[in-house]
Design a protein around this ligand. Structure first.
Ligand code: ATP
Ligand code: MG
Length: 392
């Protein structure tokens, strides 16, 4: 296993020197055991948040209620959380109270899956009460303790199981998997934002098609009416937010009567994604490859939406629109009023009256230029404007 970086060793040592225990825990331990470099560093400690704040010059009380203090050290940030035991759960999501405990084992036992419930000491000792290392080697997601109880406590864990399985390429241990099915009705207790975050992590993983498992396990009943989609094509679009959401939405539209914008809005996506992915989902599957038709669509929806729509078309086994679009971009052909060789002001200056008619005139000129790219010259367009209107 890789040795821990110095800033982390120093942090653990500072806490220990003050008489507390402290361990690296959760995601970063999982990453290190797998030979990956962690993105985030989490420490679990017997020290109270107040004590932690007293030990380091720069800290941020990021989640005091849950015992979390962010320690800023050597330009890095480390989340330090006091050993916890979660109190009774009332709403399948939040524990009623959080009690700080002194026992590491208790802290680890509240964690969701065995692979996330390991700790690593400063000296490199792996603390693994629940068989996380064996499950990691076997590629298994297994709940810590009775999965039925754990999903009853916090239904988000069902989504997390499927998400980790997509990110890591792991299987879900059969009792944990059947507990998801048994507790699927609790998915409705999870906020749409939380559901979206987990779905997006699956979509952006290297196994985006596994998002189908979320449907098969009955967790999306509130958002899309029981489709059984085949989502194998998702991996063919770039692993970016807009194309993956667009392709996912397009496939769902093939299977059920969802309205793309309403679907994305119900998952509380941001307005930009709702617009770009929603429009691209509608246009993508039957996107034309014919340049003039594409330029008309470009003038209406813009380059960003059309680029994503062309990526969706690829997932529908049609790569021609993407090539045609690329040719348009390379050619520098005009498809929007922004690059038309005359502006409204130019037309007014030569005597065309302002108002709605001017807008129509510009649209007519753009239509002409879309068909005849070489006509996008100021003198030529002013001449055409004159012939169209008989004015100026
Ligand atoms: P990543 O950050 O890569 O998504 P992670 O394992 O660090 O993976 P986080 O959501 O950051 O996941 O959570 C940190 C740790 O907190 C987990 O490893 C797990 O031990 C614990 N944890 C997080 N959410 C839950 C939960 N809903 N129930 C139980 N334990 C949880
Ligand atoms: Mg994390």
């Amino acid at each position: 296993m890789t040795t821990l970086p110095n800033f982390l060793l120093n942090t653990l040592e500072t806490i220990e020197a003050a008489g507390h225990s402290a361990y690296l825990v959760g995601g970063p331990v999982r990453d290190l055991v797998m030979g990956k470099t962690p993105d985030d560093w989490d420490i679990t400690t017997s020290a109270t948040p107040e004590a932690v704040m007293g030990l380091f010059p720069k800290t941020v009380p990021t989640g005091l209620k849950h015992g979390t203090v962010t320690v800023l050290i050597d330009g890095r940030s480390i989340e330090v959380t006091t050993f916890r035991r979660d109190g009774a759960y009332t709403d399948h999501r939040h524990p009623e109270e959080v009690n700080f405990v002194t026992d590491l084992r208790e802290d680890l036992s509240r964690r969701d899956f065995t692979i996330n419930a390991m700790a690593l000491s400063r000296t490199g000792e792996l603390i693994d009460f629940f068989g996380g290392r064996v499950d990691l080697a076997a590629g298994l997601i297994r709940a810590v303790g009775d999965p039925l109880i754990r999903f009853e406590e916090d239904a988000l864990r069902m989504f997390r199981a499927l998400r980790f399985s997509a990110q890591l390429g792991f299987s879900i241990d059969p009792p944990t998997l059947s507990a998801i099915w048994a507790k699927r009705h609790l998915a409705g207790a999870i906020s749409a934002e939380r559901v979206r975050t987990e779905l997006e992590k699956i979509l952006l993983s290297s196994r985006p098609e596994r998002i189908a498992e979320v449907f098969y396990n009955g967790l999306l009943a509130d958002f899309a009416p029981h489709p059984m989609p085949t989502l194998d094509s998702l991996g063919q679009v770039p692993a970016q937010k807009h194309p993956r959401w667009a392709c996912f939405t397009a496939v769902l539209m093939d299977y059920s009567a969802i309205e793309p914008t309403a679907f994305l809005r119900s998952l509380r996506l941001d307005n930009k994604t709702i617009h770009v992915a929603g429009t691209a989902a509608t246009l993508g599957p039957s996107l034309p490859a014919e340049p003039i038709a594409l330029k008309h669509l470009l003038s209406r929806y813009g380059a960003e939406v059309l680029t994503v729509a062309a990526e969706v078309a690829v997932a529908y086994d049609r790569s021609e629109p993407a090539k045609a679009l690329e040719n348009i971009f390379q050619s520098g052909d005009c498809y929007s009023l922004q690059t038309l060789a005359v502006t409204g002001a130019d037309l007014i200056a030569v005597g065309h009256p302002p108002g709605p008619v001017l807008g129509e005139l510009l649209a007519t000129l753009l239509n002409h230029v879309i068909r005849h790219p070489a006509a996008n010259r100021r003198s030529e367009l002013l001449r055409l404007a004159k012939t169209y209107t008989g004015k100026a």
